[in-house]
Design a protein around this ligand. Structure first.
Ligand SMILES: *Cc1c(COP(=O)(O)O)cnc(C)c1O
Length: 377
């Protein structure tokens, strides 16, 4: 928390707007839209809800196909299943760890030949790093497939001076407790298509038709954000630039202190993009060192430091068994390699220098131990 949240919560209490409508919601939507350069925004109860609404707006229904980044959190693809549609997973490429335009092209070409083009493409900006959007938007335009940007992790990140989430047809952010700004739980759908956003608001409030009595002709959802939580979001948003700077500083220090270790490669950042560095992540090349991410994570755990592997690709999840998958190249699945060799480090905006030093030392010790024990790096 920044300290200003209580003020906005108090305004909600004073005005008695304890509901999924109210002035904080309207203001939070306006402030996010302004920050990312969107014509409009719809505040919802989670990032997942925002993805679900985007799929509804694009009329994704039973039997449809949706192309989706494989290296991501399950929330990106769950709404595809809610709609009874079929996810097709697209691999990463090594320069951004995000959707491989090469794999997307292969998938679209084949789908076109088979007459099975997808209803939508969902691209993820992983850990704050934006995907190669020029290449991806070009392919989507060629086949006229709408593009949804899952920018849940990348609020504050830019691609060629545009905010992630504002390059495709719809974008969304998450305000879950682990994200760069939080409302404890919450999300935002953004777009320049105001008509579609009105429809999203309608669907998010139980699809209530215009009538004095309660009338419904469509399936709706209870997806609106609370006016109390929107107040928390308003104060959090004021700190976004500060937090992006803090996380970028953390990344830089990790990189300075650790990149000399054998086989370590930090997540890249493309020219003309700026990552919010939501999480600092690196890979360890097993051809260079015997040290594994598992050893590092175990050592960290013993020191009461939380670290995690990179997301397990969705095409490897039991939930999605049997779903189609397009690798970056034949016999080169980039997301699988990233999963096996990647690690996410403690990256909180409020992590102190002392705390970060403890993480750095623990990683260095893992390497030193391997050298002492096995005489090799
Ligand atoms: C957190 C996250 C979501 C889901 O957001 P919620 O607000 O938790 O529903 C979706 N996609 C990605 C990539 C995420 O990291």
């Amino acid at each position: 928390m920044t300290g200003n949240e209580q003020y906005y919560i108090d305004t909600a209490f004073r005005s008695n707007w304890i509901a999924p409508v109210g002035p904080n919601i309207d203001a939070f939507e306006k402030e996010i839209a302004e920050y990312v350069g969107a014509k409009g925004a719809v505040a919802v109860s989670s990032g997942t809800a925002a993805i679900h609404l985007a799929l509804c707006l694009l009329n994704v229904t039973r039997g449809d196909r949706v192309f989706c980044s494989s290296l991501t959190f399950v929330a990106t693809a769950n709404p595809i299943l809610y709609q009874g549609a079929e996810p097709v997973f697209i691999d990463s490429e090594p320069e951004t760890w995000n959707m491989s335009p090469q794999a997307l092209e292969a998938a679209l070409e084949q789908a076109y030949r088979q007459g099975k083009l997808p209803k939508a493409v969902i691209v993820v900006h992983l850990y704050g790093q934006s995907a190669k959007m020029d290449e991806i938007t070009k392919l989507c335009a060629l086949y006229q497939i709408p593009l949804i940007e899952d920018a849940a992790e990348s609020l504050g990140s830019t691609y060629k001076a545009k905010h992630t989430g504002m390059i495709g047809d719809f974008g969304l952010y998450s305000f879950n407790g682990n994200k760069i700004i939080t409302t404890s739980g919450g999300g935002m759908l953004v777009s320049d298509n105001l008509e579609a956003l009105d429809q999203a608001r309608f669907l998010a409030t139980q699809a209530r038709d215009q009538a004095m009595h309660y009338q419904h002709s469509k399936t709706g959802f209870n997806y609106r954000l609370s006016n109390l939580l929107a107040g928390v979001g308003r104060a959090q948003l004021q700190a976004i630039e500060h937090r992006v700077a803090a996380r970028r500083r953390l990344f830089k220090r990790y990189e300075q202190k650790l990149s000399w270790l054998p086989g370590i490669h930090f997540m890249p950042e493309l020219d003309e993009t700026k990552s919010n560095r939501w999480l600092t992540t690196f890979t360890i090349n097993p051809e260079v060192t015997s040290v594994t991410t598992k050893q590092i994570i175990n050592r960290m755990t013993s020191q009461n430091i939380e670290a995690r592997p990179v997301w397990k690709p969705l095409h490897l999840q039991p939930l999605f068994e049997g779903c189609e998958y397009y690798p970056h190249e034949a016999f080169n699945s980039v997301s699988e390699k990233l999963f096996l060799t990647g690690i996410c480090l403690p990256s909180g905006s409020n992590l102190s220098d002392v705390e970060q030093s403890r993480v750095i030392e623990t990683i260095q010790e893992t390497f030193e131990e391997a050298i002492n024990k096995e005489g090799i790096v």
